[in-house]
Write a protein that binds this ligand. Structure first.
Ligand code: FHN
Length: 423
């Protein structure tokens, strides 16, 4: 007879199957904060864009006025999904409600929402759900369950509300749960509910989990539902800190949420865009340690994904078009790659992918720890997949490489094993 534990594990594996395969997703931070875009009353407010209300201690009554200006005429859900797809991203997570409390979806539980309070009057999450469905991209919702600077009982706003008068349970029962019910009922299958920061108690976190499971058992629950920050407790996977990549591989499911520049929500003067090479390096580093990479875009108040992000994503997508088999559906490196070593490895049954980030001047590369007989080696970026010469001695392999790298960032040597027992 199967134990309850085994059944739970089986369900977990089924739920996580697409996520483990997908590896690279798009995070979207979009809300009223895209209007000030980092500037309040002529002053540049330091920090991440979506935190402007908190940073500048903007009173609710004042910040609320932004809703009347929110009219993203250029928003085109299909265009956003096309950008994600071309980048090789397999799912999208968008902010349904961020810490400012403004709801980017149609909700009965507050008028402070995109359909009722703005001249836009459309529900972008509905449009995205439809566009994602058409294109075979999964859609998840970010929902700030702890911080809500607009709701009198939400956490975090001590400039409008007296913290001692807050009743968090009332907010959770009367607002958070009903809104989650809406998100999990009105938008078709929801890939992920991306809770953030943490939930105050185990019991509350369990309650949220139960609600999600009851409404959509296949929805993945992000690591930050757990009261212990960054630890996997009741959630489906562990969430690393923002932009944080662990030094070593982790056996459990985990994810790094990351920015392309230095903000999540759009900031008009943050031009610190990472290059496509840096993003590819981080993606591979994450995947080689067994994680997923959720890379953010912060659309403008007009509804446009900033052009520099689109350009970076296009290049990453081109690279994945050639080298995707070394990323999607792969598992963590089966061999040790110290932090300062110039390659990273990913693996699939019978295949080891060696991502060479610095082309060796010597013309050869030595890999250690290969536990099976290698049959052939070729570069994924070589359209002819010409076999490379190599010598194997026990667990050491020395590969002869062409004098010049074919890809400017990451060339992958694909090693095919004689049988698939390793890795
Ligand atoms: O405070 C938020 C922040 O605005 C952003 O949403 C990130 C994304 O991971 N999460 C929180 C901080 O960890």
């Amino acid at each position: 007879m199967r134990t309850v534990k085994t059944r739970e594990k089986e369900e977990q594996d089924e739920r996580m199957a697409w996520w483990r395969e997908a590896r690279f997703g798009m995070f979207v931070h979009w809300g009223l904060y895209a209007i000030p875009a980092g500037v309040w009353k002529g002053v540049c407010v330091p920090g991440i864009g979506e935190w402007i209300q908190h940073r500048a201690r903007i009173p609710v009554k004042e910040y609320e006025q932004l809703a009347r200006l929110f009219n993203p005429a250029k928003f085109n859900a299909e265009e956003w999904v096309r950008v994600a797809k071309e980048a090789g991203m397999k799912w999208i997570v968008i902010t349904a409600k961020h810490h400012d409390g403004f709801c980017m979806f149609d909700t009965e539980f507050t008028d402070y929402n995109v359909v009722t309070a703005t001249p836009f009057r459309r529900d972008p999450l509905k449009e995205l759900a439809e566009a994602c469905r058409k294109e075979g991209i999964r859609l998840g919702f970010y929902y700030s369950q702890l911080l809500d600077w607009h709701h009198p009982d939400g956490m975090g706003n001590d400039w409008d509300y007296d913290p001692s008068e807050k009743n968090f349970s009332r907010y959770l029962e009367g607002y958070v749960k009903p809104q989650l019910r809406e998100l999990l009922t009105n938008y078709g299958p929801v890939a992920v509910i991306w809770f953030d920061i943490w939930t105050p108690t185990q019991e509350m976190a369990r309650d949220l989990k139960q609600l999600v499971r009851k409404l959509q058992p296949d929805t993945i629950i992000s690591g930050r539902v757990d009261p212990g920050r960054f630890e996997k407790g009741i959630s489906d996977y562990r969430e690393r800190g923002d932009n944080e990549i662990p030094a070593e591989k982790i056996e459990d499911d985990w994810e790094t949420p990351a920015t392309i520049n230095d903000t999540w929500g759009f900031k008009s003067y943050d031009h610190n865009w990472k290059s496509p090479g840096v993003i590819i390096g981080k993606l591979v580093d994450v995947v080689s340690k067994g994680g997923n990479y959720l890379l953010n875009v912060g659309p403008t108040c007009e509804g446009v994904i900033p052009e520099p992000s689109v350009r970076v994503l296009k290049e990453v997508g081109k690279w994945l078009g050639v080298n995707g088999e070394s990323v999607y559906g792969t598992k963590a490196s089966p061999i040790e790659t110290p932090v300062n070593c110039l390659y990273r490895c990913t693996a699939k049954a019978g295949k080891l992918y060696v991502h060479i980030f610095a082309w060796p001047w010597s013309g050869s590369l030595k890999i250690s720890g290969v536990m099976n007989v290698v049959e052939k080696i070729f570069l994924l970026s070589d359209p002819d997949r010409k076999e490379l010469e190599f010598k194997q001695q026990g667990q050491d392999i020395v590969i002869n490489l062409p004098s010049k790298a074919l890809d400017p960032v990451d060339n992958i040597a694909g090693l095919e094993m004689r049988n698939s027992t390793w890795p």
